[in-house]
Design a protein around this ligand. Sequence first.
Ligand code: NAG
Ligand code: NAG
Ligand code: NAG
Ligand code: NAG
Length: 422
Amino acid sequence: MIFAPSFVAFLTLAISVQGARIPRNLRRQADAQSSLTLDPAVIQQSLAQNGLGLNDTDAGQTASLTSSNNFINFCLLFTNADGSQGELTDGKQKQGGSCNPTPMGTIPAKSIMPASKFQVPTNLQNYGVNQTFTITMSIINMQTGAFTNPNENYFAAPQQLNTAGQIIGHSHVVVQAVKSITDTTVADPTVFAFFKGMNAVAEDGVLTADVTNGLDAGTYRLCSINTAANHQPALVPVAQHGSLDDCVYFTVGDAAAQQVQAAMTSIGGVAAPAAAAPAAAASATADNATAAAPAPAAADNAAAAAPAPAADNATAAALPASPDASKPFLPSNGQDAQQLNAKFTTLTADSPCNAGDQACVGGGFAQCVSGKFVTTQCAGGTVCAALPLVNKAGTSITCTTSADAIARIAATGVTGGLTGSG
Ligand SMILES: *[C@@H]1O[C@H](CO)[C@@H](O)[C@H](O)[C@H]1NC(C)=O
Ligand SMILES: *[C@@H]1O[C@H](CO)[C@@H](O)[C@H](O)[C@H]1NC(C)=O
Ligand SMILES: *[C@@H]1O[C@H](CO)[C@@H](O)[C@H](O)[C@H]1NC(C)=O
Ligand SMILES: *[C@@H]1O[C@H](CO)[C@@H](O)[C@H](O)[C@H]1NC(C)=O
């Protein structure tokens, strides 16, 4: 039997007037998931009020569109300029826009809202031009690995929850170029340098995406797009919540990393101090950021970076003059650090080593134990690097930001970035 909407409304009214509500399961249509009429049990009567004139209405609030039939025919209102019916969202990604008749679906509890955080890259991490890297992202409160056909089922089914109350879905990463770390231009959403669906089930809560062959030199914003299985953005039950997605900014190429360092100095902040993780390896005094800050690699210090006048001695000619005459060891410290960093790029956990050796392996701080490197990952935002000592000849190996490592090496007067090859 087909109920006309007016009869449904009447029936609902009659039920509520009588006050004797029929149990939900009895009111359900036997063919409810194929019937072309609304089941009274799911008519949302509060949609009939527009939100104004109530005791919780704020001044300036906009009247909501209202409906007494769950907006089932809403898309009839979506017409083309000539008055013909507008396109319905039919599972295709309609580039000209469309009207979606599909309900939003099930909404998780506030305590089960999804959220994500990039593990790699961290903010201000620096990669080589065209260097392959793998994005890793922790995600919570979502059943990952569910993604429907994006060409046929886009926005074409409601958001669904699993029995644990988590949104069933998947994630994506998108990388967009920005002009600089301080760029305030709104990024054009139609333009991106890298995009990938992370469709696999998260392993230990972590999703990954390989950026094969890396990126061009530049500064980038990486963001997640956490979605339900049918690709719609995750929907949560409260308006006030932390971001369900994450974004980080990173650089590719030494020039971009140096621009970040210069920007941090020029905007009046303190340049990034070396991070103290692992603590034993840290060379900087964490509680004195000024002392820890490297000399700015800014233009007004360009003279210091200029090579020394040519000498008739090949060894001397390979090194520029020290930017500080009282510390003649600075350029050779910088070069030694570069050579170590270059060597570290060739090391793996299986590289042979001698007990007590320290090195950077895979971006982490490594110590040689029984002929094998044991690596401690650096804390968020930092990578392992060899750095020039400032007050005597030598180098230290520590966790710091890429930008800090590059700036400290540049401050010794040598060029070529972290490894001398930049
Ligand atoms: C508005 O009034 C209703 C009914 O009297 C009451 O339950 C509710 O708490 C009130 N809300 C606010 C924000 O005052
Ligand atoms: C990076 O890759 C692009 C495209 O293959 C190439 O044109 C460019 O020369 C490469 N740059 C470097 C520094 O390897
Ligand atoms: C930090 O180090 C700088 C440079 O050595 C020094 O001038 C300053 O007094 C130190 N500040 C503190 C709080 O120790
Ligand atoms: C070249 O210069 C270096 C650094 O000053 C010095 O140690 C070395 O003895 C010099 N070699 C020659 C052949 O003069």
